[in-house]
Design a protein around this ligand. Structure first.
Ligand SMILES: N=CN[C@@H](CCC(=O)O)C(=O)O
Ligand SMILES: [Zn+2]
Length: 382
């Protein structure tokens, strides 16, 4: 049995609705689990003591949307976009070509690099999607690689129709042999429901087949324009509708009524120079909001949750408290996890010590490396 007591926490943000912020706090972790939270002066002894010296502590970030298994990058596409060319879903195909050509060790090493970037920026739980293979073997190997890094793996065979196929045939492949090969390595199924990717009926088929194979649902919805994705996610009981950039009132009502989490990905709007989603409208309607990086080589090549928090505050109408909550507890809700994203007794001892007196600095000091230490399950990662 090993225990660690963190003392001298100037400001502890727990993300626990019962007791969300505690000043002058301490926390005890035992065998990787939070055992005690209270005032620093009352802290019990433990095997190891970490004096936080007045810094702020928050839960490890939960990045519930990331595409980390791919090869190549799309620097030129990004530069062209910044010179005025619009983003279209078709850009995905160039990453598909590079990913198919890559060897397994190459894909493992790119994924590992991104995972370590995440850790250095305070992320302790993350999702990884497939979606740049788009053949049975390439999707399966992407998921096998993803499984080496996280239990939150998502089958996204329905990312885009590959150039060699027509939509009907491809959906038959995704819902048949590809699903069968990939389901053992996936917890989730996802579909890019969007003009230029998959329409409503095909998306419904993909989600229904995934559910039948035992997977839980999440949807890329309403990213590039209005569409049926959000309502489909709500109708089918998905855990999360991701992007939610173009919503009408019925979409917002459906999210609020269904409890489906709206996962906002401001890195994508930043990198495609697009209007940001209206987080304020969602929060005011009672929708649960999560923030995630959407790390991918096309629309959001960032692994930084602090960057997403800063964008959410500056560009999306969120307060610093709402943004940090969305990046921790919100992400956990989007992954249907109750053991992470919150620091309360019984939760995983995943925490970030900030080089700052308060979590507000994550937005107040954008671009500054404020993550001083990262602890995952009671062990120091960074
Ligand atoms: N929207 C779909 N998938 C990615 C984009 C992937 C790409 O362009 O390579 C996203 O979430 O933004
Ligand atoms: Zn995505």
């Amino acid at each position: 049995m090993t225990s660690v007591v963190y003392t001298g926490i100037g400001s502890l943000y727990t993300a626990d609705p019962e007791r969300e912020e505690i000043e002058d706090a301490a926390l005890v972790a035992e065998n990787g689990v939070v055992r005690w939270i209270g005032r620093s002066a009352d802290a019990p002894a433990a095997d190891e003591q970490v004096d936080v010296e007045g810094r702020a502590v928050i839960p490890g970030f939960v990045d519930s949307h990331a595409h980390l298994v791919f090869a190549g990058d799309r620097t030129e596409e990004f530069a062209a976009r910044m010179a005025g060319r619009p983003y279209t879903a078709g850009g995905i195909r160039s990453t598909v070509e590079a990913t198919r050509r890559a060897t397994i060790p190459e894909l493992v090493s790119t994924t590992a690099l991104l995972v370590s970037e995440m850790a250095m920026q305070g992320t302790t739980t993350f999702e990884i999607k497939s979606g740049y293979g788009l053949t049975v073997d390439d999707e399966r190997r992407s998921l096998e690689i993803a499984c080496q890094f996280t239990e939150e793996t998502t089958f996204l065979g329905a990312h885009v129709v590959p150039p060699e196929a027509c939509a009907d045939d491809y959906v038959r492949l995704v819902t048949g042999p590809m699903l069968e090969a990939c389901a053992p390595y996936a917890k989730w199924v996802d579909v890019f429901c969007e003009r230029g990717a998959f329409g409503e009926e095909h998306s419904r088929e993909v989600l229904a087949a995934g559910r039948k194979a035992g997977l839980q649902l999440r949807v890329h919805a309403n990213q590039l324009g209005p569409g049926p994705g959000v309502r489909l996610a709500c109708e089918m009981g998905a855990a999360s509708a991701d992007h939610c950039t173009h919503l009408d009132d019925a979409d917002v009502d459906a999210l609020a009524a269904s409890g489906v989490v709206a996962t906002l990905l401001p890195g994508a709007e930043f990198s495609t120079r697009s209007p940001y989603p209206d987080a304020r409208r969602l929060l005011d309607a009672g929708v649960t909001v999560a923030l995630a990086t959407d790390c991918n080589p096309g629309t959001s090549f960032t692994t930084s949750m602090p960057f997403c928090v800063a964008l959410a505050v500056r560009e999306m109408g969120m307060t610093p408290l709402e943004a940090v909550r969305a990046a921790t507890r919100g992400g956990a809700r989007a992954l249907r996890r109750t053991d992470v994203g919150t620091l309360c007794v019984g939760a995983r001892a995943d925490l970030v010590i900030l080089e700052a007196p308060s979590y507000v600095h994550l937005a107040y000091r954008p671009g500054v490396p404020l993550v001083a230490q990262v602890w995952r399950m009671g062990r120091r990662l960074v």
